[in-house]
Design a binder for this molecule. Structure first.
Ligand SMILES: [Fe+2]
Length: 620
C-alpha cells in the first residue's frame, strides 16, 4: 500500500511516503524551496517523494493530510465569537493566517495530484504527532504525550500506544487540553515578549534561560495555573493570542513582567535589563519543565508503563525532556527526529496505514535520514568548474585526512548520504570542528553562523563512550540518539570540551551508534585516535537564516560564503584556493599548533563587530 503524508500551511510544510508500512522518504519543503520554515503547500516535496519512491500519483492508495481543516475553522470561529467585539478586526487575519487554502485542501490535493477525493484522508493534528512519536519508536507499548502550540483544538494529549503480537496497532488518546490553554502558546508568548520570532526562536529562550535565575517563577505561575485534575490553564487576562493576531500578550502581562524587549535590542547580560530578560526566560523554562514533569509523572503512575513517546513542538525542548526522563518515573523516552509539524507528514501516513487501513504492524527504521542524497560527483564538478582544489579519495584516506584537518583546527563541512528529516543535523549535513577550545565556538559564531557569542554548539560522541564525557542517566543515551536531551558535561571534561559546553555546564549531546551514521562514527574513532577524545562539535550545515543544506550546490555555496575550511561530500574533498577564499588572519585567538591560517570570507567585518560584543547575548 502506497501512502503519501502531507503537512502544510502553518509552518514547516513537508511530505513523506510510506510503502507497505515502512517510510521510504520524507523531506521538508524549506530544504527544496530554500525558504526557511516554508509553509506553502509542499509541491516540491511531494514531487520529490513520488520520484524517489518511483510512484505515480494514480498509484497512491491514499493521500493523508495531517489535520482536519474544518475542526480548525470551528476553533477559530468559536474563539472569534467568544471574543467579539474585540476580535472582529482580527478575525479575517486569523482566518488567513491559520487556514489560508487549508480549508480547501481536498480540492488543492485533487487538483495538484489528480488523486480522486475519496482517496484523501485527514488525521487529527495530535493523532499525527502521536503516530510520528510512537510508530517510529522501537517500543511495543508506550504512554504518549503530545504537546505543541495548537492543532485544531487540542494543545496537549496523553494516551497509550500499543503494537500487538497479532499485528494490530492502537493509539488511544485518553485526554486532551484545549486551546487557548497551551504550553506551546505560553512559551511562544514569552518568546515574542523577549523579542524573538515565534515558532522559530523558542530554542533561544531555552539558551537564554541558562544565563538567568528562575526568580520570577511566582509571576509566571500567575499566568498559568495548575488545575485539580493535574492539567493547567492559562489566565487569559494576560494573553491576547486568542483574540488578535497582532500581539500574543496583553497589557496586563506587560504590567506584570515589565516592558517587552524589541527584537533589535541586544541582550547585555551585564545590565539589569539584560539579566531581567534572562531571569524571565529561566522562569518560564522552569514552569514549563515543572508542568511537564508533573503531567508525565501522573501519566506514568496511571499507565504503569516504562516507555514514553513525546511528540509536538514542545518536545524540542531538550532541557525539559531530560527532566522528564529523570523525574517522571518513565525509564525510556522516545522523541522522534522531527517531533514538530513537519514530522506530522510521516505521522499522518503511518497513522493511516496502521489505524485507518489496519495494516499489519512492522518496525520502522530507527534513523532520521529520509531526505535527498548528496552526490560527491556533483560537488567535484561544481568546485572544479569554480577553480577550487578538489580531490576524490578512498574512504580510509578521506577519514584520516579529515581527522587531521579537525585536529589542526580546520572547520569541516560534512555531507554524507540522505539528508536528515527534522530540524537537527545528525551527521549527514553537519559542520564539524574540534570541541576543545572556546575559541573554536567563537570562531564558528563569527565566521560561519554569524550569531551571538554565547549560543551553545552540540557535541557528537560514539554511544559506547558517551558516559565517559557526559552524565547520562538511565535512558539518556536513547534520548541523545536524535539530540533530544540536554545533559551535564562531566565536570572534569568541561574545560577540555569548552566549545560544546554551555554556560551552565550542559550539552545537547548526540550519542551516535555506528549503524546510524557509519562514516561519521568512523571519523569520530579516527579523531579519537589522534586527540585522545572521540568527541566532535556538530552543528547544522547552513548559514544563519537559511535552511539546512540539501544538495552539493548548496553545500558549496555555504562553504564559499563562510569560514568553512574543508567541504566533503561522499569521498570528494574540496579546499579553497587562497586567491578565492580572501585569506586573512582571524581576529580571534590563535588556533592550535599546526593549524593553518584561519580563512575567512568578506564577512570578517561583521565577525569582528560581533567579537567586540562578547559580553552580550544578542538575539539577532
Ligand atoms: Fe503541532
Amino acid at each position: 500500500m502506497k501512502i503519501l503524508g502531507i503537512s502544510a500551511h502553518f509552518h514547516d510544510s513537508a511530505a513523506a511516503m510510506v510503502i507497505d508500512g515502512v517510510p521510504v522518504c520524507a523531506v521538508q519543503e524549506e530544504r527544496l524551496s530554500r525558504k526557511k520554515g516554508d509553509a506553502d503547500f509542499p509541491l516540491a516535496s511531494i514531487s520529490w517523494c513520488l520520484d524517489r519512491a518511483n510512484v505515480q500519483p494514480e498509484e497512491l492508495d491514499a493521500v493523508v493530510f495531517y489535520e482536519r481543516p474544518m475542526l480548525k475553522f470551528d476553533r477559530i470561529l468559536t474563539c472569534a465569537l467568544r471574543a467579539f467585539p474585540r476580535s472582529w478586526r482580527a478575525f479575517p487575519q486569523a482566518m488567513k493566517n491559520s487556514l489560508g487554502e487549508k480549508i480547501w485542501i481536498r480540492g488543492v490535493i485533487t487538483s495538484h495530484l489528480g488523486v480522486p477525493a475519496k482517496k484523501i484522508l485527514f488525521t487529527e493534528h495530535h493523532q499525527s504527532h502521536a503516530a510520528a512519536a510512537f510508530l517510529t519508536a522501537p517500543a511495543r507499548r508506550a504512554a504518549i504525550l503530545t504537546t505543541d502550540g495548537v492543532g485544531e483544538w487540542a494543545t496537549m494529549t496523553v494516551g497509550i500506544g500499543e503494537r500487538r503480537d497479532d499485528g494490530t496497532t492502537s493509539i488511544n488518546l485518553l485526554r486532551e487540553i484545549r486551546f487557548p490553554h497551551s504550553l506551546g502558546m505560553l512559551y511562544s508568548t514569552f518568546t515574542a515578549y523577549l523579542g524573538f520570532r515565534v515558532n522559530e526562536d523558542e530554542y533561544k529562550v531555552m539558551g537564554l534561560a541558562s544565563y538567568g535565575t528562575p526568580s520570577l517563577v511566582d509571576r509566571v505561575q500567575r499566568v498559568i495555573h495548575r488545575t485539580p485534575d493535574g492539567a493547567f490553564e492559562l489566565d487569559l487576562d494576560y494573553f491576547d493570542f486568542h483574540t488578535t493576531s497582532k500581539r500574543s500578550y496583553s497589557q496586563r502581562f506587560i504590567d506584570l513582567f515589565g516592558p517587552p524587549r524589541e527584537h533589535y535590542e541586544p541582550i547585555d547580560l551585564t545590565t539589569p535589563e539584560g539579566q531581567r530578560y534572562a531571569d524571565i526566560a529561566a522562569s518560564v523554562q522552569r514552569v514549563l519543565e515543572d508542568t511537564l514533569v508533573d503531567i508525565t509523572r501522573a501519566l506514568q503512575k496511571e499507565t504503569g508503563l516504562t516507555d514514553l513517546c513525546i511528540g509536538g513542538g514542545v518536545a524540542l525542548n531538550g532541557v525539559a525532556n531530560a527532566r522528564i526522563l529523570g523525574e517522571s518515573g518513565f525509564e525510556r523516552l522516545f522523541v522522534p527526529p522531527a517531533p514538530g509539524d513537519a514530522g506530522c507528514a510521516m505521522g499522518a501516513a503511518l497513522y493511516a496505514d496502521r489505524i485507518h487501513f489496519r495494516n499489519r504492524d512492522c518496525d520502522v527504521p530507527d534513523h532520521p535520514f529520509w531526505g535527498p542524497p548528496v552526490q560527491g560527483s556533483d560537488l567535484a564538478r561544481i568546485a572544479h568548474e569554480d577553480g577550487q582544489d578538489v580531490v576524490d579519495l578512498d574512504e580510509r584516506t578521506l577519514l584520516e585526512k579529515t581527522a587531521d584537518d579537525l585536529l589542526a583546527g580546520r572547520i569541516v563541512g560534512w555531507m554524507d548520504g540522505a539528508m536528515e528529516f527534522g530540524p537537527r543535523a545528525l551527521g549527514h549535513r553537519s559542520i564539524l570542528a574540534a570541541p576543545h577550545r572556546a575559541e573554536m565556538r567563537d570562531r564558528l559564531n563569527r565566521e560561519i553562523k554569524y550569531r551571538e557569542q554565547f549560543r551553545p554548539f552540540a557535541p557528537v560522541v560514539p554511544i559506547e563512550v558517551a558516559d565517559r564525557y557526559f552524565e547520562l542517566p538511565r535512558g539518556g543515551a536513547r534520548l541523545a540518539r536524535f539530540m533530544s536531551g540536554v545533559f551535564p558535561v562531566r565536570p572534569e571534561w568541561r574545560e577540555k570540551l569548552a566549545a560544546v559546553t554551555h554556560v551552565d555546564g550542559t550539552a545537547r549531546v548526540q550519542a551516535l551508534e555506528r549503524e546510524m551514521a557509519p562514516r561519521l562514527y568512523s571519523l569520530l574513532e579516527e579523531y579519537g585516535r589522534r586527540s585522545g577524545v572521540p568527541v566532535l562539535l556538530n552543528t547544522s550545515l547552513n548559514l544563519a537564516g537559511e535552511p539546512i543544506v540539501n544538495r552539493a550546490a548548496e553545500g558549496y555555496s555555504t562553504f564559499m560564503r563562510s569560514g568553512i575550511d574543508v567541504l566533503i561530500a561522499d569521498r570528494t574533498r574540496v579546499t579553497k584556493r587562497a586567491a578565492s577564499s580572501g585569506v586573512v588572519r582571524a581576529s580571534g585567538a590563535p588556533l592550535s599548533s599546526g593549524a593553518p591560517e584561519a580563512r575567512t570570507t568578506p564577512h570578517t567585518k561583521e565577525a569582528s563587530f560581533c567579537s567586540r560584543n562578547a559580553e552580550r547575548f544578542n538575539a539577532e
